[in-house]
Design a binder for this molecule. Structure first.
Ligand SMILES: *[C@@H]1O[C@H](CO)[C@@H](O)[C@H](O)[C@H]1NC(C)=O
Ligand SMILES: *[C@@H]1O[C@H](CO)[C@@H](O)[C@H](O)[C@H]1NC(C)=O
Ligand SMILES: *[C@@H]1O[C@H](CO)[C@@H](O)[C@H](O)[C@H]1NC(C)=O
Ligand SMILES: *[C@@H]1O[C@H](CO)[C@@H](O)[C@H](O)[C@H]1NC(C)=O
Ligand SMILES: *[C@@H]1O[C@H](CO)[C@@H](O)[C@H](O)[C@H]1NC(C)=O
Ligand SMILES: *[C@@H]1O[C@H](CO)[C@@H](O)[C@H](O)[C@H]1NC(C)=O
Ligand SMILES: *[C@@H]1O[C@H](CO)[C@@H](O)[C@H](O)[C@H]1NC(C)=O
Ligand SMILES: *[C@@H]1O[C@H](CO)[C@@H](O)[C@H](O)[C@H]1NC(C)=O
Ligand SMILES: *[C@@H]1O[C@H](CO)[C@@H](O)[C@H](O)[C@H]1NC(C)=O
Ligand SMILES: *[C@@H]1O[C@H](CO)[C@@H](O)[C@H](O)[C@H]1NC(C)=O
Ligand SMILES: *[C@@H]1O[C@H](CO)[C@@H](O)[C@H](O)[C@H]1NC(C)=O
Ligand SMILES: *[C@@H]1O[C@H](CO)[C@@H](O)[C@H](O)[C@H]1NC(C)=O
Length: 645
């Protein structure tokens, strides 16, 4: 059974556990009812009973002969009478987590021992000691799944699982385990998943569990993990050694199926060099295993055979990239090397021949490489040359200085001490993240040979994007992020990008959307937090045919010049419209308020026409009136004059 199948079984059984009885309509939930004892007249034909989250302290005989699942988790149970479970002949799933079963061991353990058919048992969070756990696991030959999270186990001994040898899944995380006696897990022939995370283990000197597929040792205090060599095939597929104190790469079984190796948050790379680490690991191994043949590089010979596809080395202390060890992993697809202290990736490897030629190693399957937050300045072109299948490269938060076409490439590639990074060799690269690299200039042809689909250039404050910088990638690029660069419209000219569907130019000083975006079948655009007063109507009309999503808040839009918004509103979702303001001559308003009654804030063209007509009439009226008045006054004057005569 492969590991995915195992997960399927786990989740199926979990579903069954939580909803299985529904078909029979014989489940019964008394969850969270403030009960202090089991309700007296439960139907005798119940198959499921949920009494979790109550205040039950004692349990006496339950006469439920058909019961298959019983949940008593989160009570205050400390006393189960000896015969309490005797009539539960069909019980298969029992949850006793979050109780106080560390006392009254005599009675409680006798009760549990009568449950010989139990398939899954959860006794987490009960303060159990080694001794209590051992008593509770008696007569459990049918048990498949055991959970003992958050107890007080200190030492696991071979007697612990003596009567539960059918176990497939064991979870004993969050205990105080510092010692595992030889022979504890080895006899459990069906054991596939073992979780010992969050304990106090300091070494794994001799890993011998051939049958286990999943082993979680995360959050212990492990300094090393060694397997003594034998010719067994180990089933191990997933090994989690993260959050420990590893100084050395683990020495894995010679023949294994390891696919996922989690080594993040350790002390790897603390030792001076890769060579030191490898030789110290090997000699320590020899000391412990007592092997004589000191010369063998067991670490490397076993890593070479490992079919790993995923390794997480993030949050370690590497100052140099362990090229020779990692390049042994010929199936590796994903490597996370983020949050180390690399600064440089140079090509310092041992020469095997005397010819003096540099040896080219390869990472023949590596598709996704994460180098975020390393302080990287320089990456050797030979390293990029080794990445023959690379698709995703994350260089976020480094200090990468890009080589430019004006540098002499010929001399650059012939030496190895140039202090810049060129992407020339990454001809399969699709996704490149160069966010926050303090880059000042993106010169023409930087990505000439990279068929990029997405490019993130965000947060390179004050970066200048030269015309032609995207040359080579412009026909393939689908997503471009240019946010937080403090860039203005005059500082950006984009080429026609016929594949571009997403662009983010938020948090800059733009006041115009680059017209060349009319070329692109944009589905989403983020122009929030810029200096837009209005948007180009005809561009918006073109874009709005395809645009599904647009972010616009944080711009000083003019309310009275916002017909673009009417066009957009009909076709495009504007998720931040409720935070968007616009400005009139007198005040700013939420654009949503403005849209409700635009005439309240701005005079639109029709009402202006009405005004003009009125004005004409008024003017005419005044003209006529004053003419009449003049005539009248004249007449009056004439009259006066004639009087005076
Ligand atoms: C349980 O008791 C608490 C506190 O007395 C009360 O608030 C709550 O409503 C009770 N719940 C039920 C289901 O009776
Ligand atoms: C037992 O109950 C606890 C608390 O209700 C829950 O978190 C846990 O998943 C249950 N155990 C199993 C094996 O389902
Ligand atoms: C072990 O479990 C079986 C039921 O599967 C039961 O008949 C037997 O009495 C139990 N043994 C003890 C010592 O309780
Ligand atoms: C191992 O256990 C830790 C702690 O419980 C958990 O966070 C992690 O996801 C587990 N690892 C795997 C590979 O499942
Ligand atoms: C490491 O990177 C991979 C992908 O590059 C990612 O899936 C994983 O979550 C990362 N791990 C950590 C600890 O950040
Ligand atoms: C580049 O460097 C190479 C080797 O150093 C030299 O032969 C060549 O002339 C240089 N080309 C230019 C254009 O400077
Ligand atoms: C490269 O570095 C070596 C010494 O490390 C030096 O001799 C050589 O001149 C350098 N080459 C260039 C092109 O800077
Ligand atoms: C990184 O490489 C550059 C150029 O080769 C060199 O000047 C610098 O000292 C190196 N830094 C470290 C930490 O190795
Ligand atoms: C655009 O980039 C900003 C960071 O500057 C981010 O907060 C925002 O979520 C991005 N927009 C979209 C649509 O992803
Ligand atoms: C962005 O650029 C403007 C104009 O050059 C400058 O005044 C402002 O301080 C810059 N903002 C930041 C955060 O650097
Ligand atoms: C925007 O569209 C919604 C429905 O899609 C409609 O109810 C609303 O009146 C429109 N607003 C404007 C200003 O066109
Ligand atoms: C904006 O607010 C209105 C009213 O409060 C609400 O109906 C609408 O769904 C909100 N729109 C968005 C995009 O959140």
């Amino acid at each position: 059974m492969g590991f995915p199948n195992l997960l399927l079984v786990w989740s199926l059984s979990h579903d069954l556990y939580t909803s299985g009885g529904a078909h029979y309509n014989q489940e019964n939930s008394w969850k969270n009812r403030n009960l202090s004892s089991v309700p007296p007249d439960l139907g005798g034909d119940l198959r499921e009973l949920d009494l979790s989250s109550n205040f039950i302290r004692q349990l006496h005989t339950l006469a439920l002969p058909y019961l298959e699942q019983l949940d008593l988790s989160s009570n205050q149970l400390d006393l189960i009478s000896e015969e309490a479970f005797e009539k539960l002949a069909r019980l298969e799933h029992l949850n006793l987590s979050r109780n106080e079963l560390n006392i009254n061991l005599d009675s409680n353990s006798k009760a549990l021992q009568s449950l010989g058919r139990l398939k899954s048992l959860d006794i987490s969070m009960n303060g159990l000691s080694n001794h209590a756990a051992e008593l509770y696991l008696r007569n459990k030959s049918a048990l498949h799944q055991l959970k003992m999270t958050g107890n007080a186990l200190i030492r696991l001994s071979h007697s612990l699982f003596r009567e539960s040898k059918g176990l497939q899944i064991i979870t004993i995380d969050k205990n105080l385990i510092s010692e595992i006696a030889p022979g504890t897990f080895e006899p459990l022939m069906h054991l596939e998943m073992l979780n010992l995370a969050k304990n106090n283990l300091e070494h794994i000197c001799d890993f011998k569990l051939h049958q286990v597929k999943y082993l979680n040792l995360s959050k212990n205090s492990l300094e090393f993990f060694f397997t003594s060599e034998d010719d067994h095939l180990y089933s191990l597929e997933i090994l989690d050694l993260s959050y420990n104190k590893l100084l050395y790469f683990p020495i894995v079984p010679k023949l294994n199926r390891l696919r996922y190796l989690h080594l993040q948050n350790n002390l790897l790379g603390t030792l001076n060099s890769e060579a030191t680490m490898v030789s110290e690991a090997n000699s320590l191994y020899n000391q412990i295993v007592g092997e004589e043949r000191v010369l063998r590089n067991r670490l490397h010979s076993n890593w070479r055979l490992m079919p790993l596809i995923y390794i997480d080395l993030s949050y370690n202390h590497f100052r140099a990239f362990p090229l020779e060890t990692l390049s042994l992993l010929s199936s590796l697809k994903t490597m996370n090397f983020s949050f180390n202290c690399l600064q440089n990736i140079s090509w310092k490897i041992r020469h095997y021949s005397s010819s003096g030629n540099t040896r080219q190693l390869f990472f023949p399957s590596l598709k996704h490489l994460n180098l975020q937050s390393n302080g990287l300045v320089h990456i050797s072109p030979l390293f990029f040359k080794a990445l023959t299948q690379i698709r995703t490269l994350n260089l976020e938060d480094n200090l990468v200085k890009l080589c430019t076409a004006t540098d002499n490439m010929t001399s650059f590639y012939s030496t190895q001490n140039a202090s810049c990074v060129a992407f020339e060799h990454l001809t399969t690269l699709k996704h490149l993240n160069l966010k926050e690299n303090n880059m000042e200039m993106l010169k023409p042809n930087t990505f000439l040979r990279n068929p990029l689909v997405s490019l993130n250039l965000a947060k390179n404050q004050h970066m200048v994007l030269h015309e032609g910088a995207l040359e080579g990638a412009q026909t393939t690029l689908q997503s471009l992020i240019l946010s937080e660069i403090n860039m203005s419209s005059s500082g950006l000219s984009l080429p026609c990008m016929p594949a571009l569907t997403h662009i983010n130019i938020s948090n800059n000083r733009f006041n115009e959307i680059p017209l060349s975006l009319a070329c692109s079948p944009l589905k989403s655009i983020d122009i929030s937090n810029n200096a837009f007063l209005t948007l180009n109507h005809s561009l918006i009309r073109i874009l709005s045919k395809r645009l599904l999503l647009m972010f616009i808040a944080g711009n000083p839009f003019h309310c009275c010049d916002s017909t673009w918004l009417k066009n957009l509103n009909e076709t495009t979702e504007l998720p931040d419209i409720n935070e968007t303001k616009c400005y009139t001559n007198i005040k700013n308003v939420m654009i949503r308020e403005y849209l409700k009654s635009p005439s309240l804030y701005c005079l639109d063209k029709d009402s202006e026409k009405v005004h003009l007509g009125q004005m004409v009439i008024i003017v005419l009226f005044i003209v006529v009136l004053s003419a009449t008045l003049i005539v009248f006054i004249r007449k009056l004057c004439c009259l006066k004059i004639s009087f005076m005569e």
